[in-house]
Design a binder for this molecule. Structure first.
Ligand code: NAD
Length: 270
């Protein structure tokens, strides 16, 4: 089988560069194209040199359509507005889209689902195998423990991160809510400050820390009187997300249109 031709949206970004390095080291895939936002200094430069993997002879483009034209799969770790445009192009050209961008709202998911009727879309707030398992464990523990256990999701990321709580923290909160059989948005307590009053029974609370170059730490705390259970994952390097995203692209090859996630890729789907 021919190598899977991969395009990287936002190829000069932190994840974009890591994805390029991962593709170089993964059999069965080839880095075929990359784009950047209009005005980026990376446009016109060599894609391989931008990612620090040596000259590839392929220039970084600003025209997303041109990137999709030369790829079997596109990995998108950019920003919500760009991710929406890339969904549309993936649907039109029947290209696999692996969406890693976070900060997505309900309107984005509506657009992703519309695009997923026409092509294969992977969407995960966190492509690491460990976090996928953490999410499943969170669902299971929330299902097992009674509502006397207060649930709090604590995360820490590097100082450059622009959205909070992290997409992964929200995914963990959603998994906890699903495990409990409650609607997430009705119980989410996002950010406390000042005289907040006592904690509401059944709430799922969030706390976000920012600093240094932390790739991503997440802890789900289940706290009752005299007993506390904590599930923690710590990412040491962005490479774990990149490896998962490339694995997801390879998995998606030949799959029918639809929206899938890492639970499907790992074969954990219930
Ligand atoms: P970054 O700012 O370093 O990189 C984003 C890149 O996207 C930049 O180079 C930017 O110029 C580019 N970009 C923005 N708009 C664009 C457009 N219209 N077209 C093409 N390129 C465009 O950020 P990052 O740390 O690499 O993270 C990017 C996203 O990925 C964030 O939403 C982050 O939360 C998410 N992320 C997800 C995972 C996961 O496993 N799902 C892991 C890490 C980061």
């Amino acid at each position: 089988m021919a190598d899977l031709r991969i395009g990287i949206a936002g190829c000069a970004g932190r994840m974009g560069q890591m994805l390029a390095r991962t593709i170089k080291d993964t059999p069965g895939v080839v880095l075929a194209a990359g784009n950047e936002r209009p005005g980026s200094p990376a446009i016109g430069q060599d894609l391989g040199e931008v990612a620090g993997i040596g000259k590839l002879g392929v220039a970084v483009v600003s025209d997303a359509a041109a990137m999709f034209a030369g790829a079997d799969a596109v990995l998108d770790f950019t920003a919500p507005v760009a991710a929406l445009a890339h969904c549309q192009l993936a649907a039109e050209r029947k290209v696999i889209l692996v969406l890693g961008t976070t900060g997505l709202e309900a309107e984005h998911f509506t657009a992703i689902d519309a695009a997923a009727k026409r092509t294969t879309i992977l969407q995960a707030a966190n492509y690491s195998v460990g976090v996928t398992l953490l999410t499943e464990l969170t669902r299971q523990v929330a299902r097992t423990l009674d509502p006397d256990f207060d649930i709090e999701v604590v995360e820490m990321h590097h100082r450059h991160k622009v959205d909070a709580p992290s997409g992964t923290a929200l995914a963990l909160g959603h998994a906890a809510a699903a495990g409990r059989g409650v609607e997430h948005d009705a119980v989410a307590a996002r950010g406390r400050d000042g005289i907040t009053g006592a904690r509401r029974r059944g709430d799922i609370g969030y706390a976000a820390l920012r600093g240094g170059n932390v790739a991503g730490d997440h802890t789900v705390v289940f706290a009752a009187d005299n007993e506390r259970l904590e599930l923690t994952h710590k990412a040491g390097d962005r490479a774990i997300f990149a490896r998962g995203a490339v694995r997801a692209a390879l998995w998606a090859r030949g799959k029918p249109p639809g929206r899938y996630n890492m639970v499907d890729v790992l074969g954990l789907a219930r």
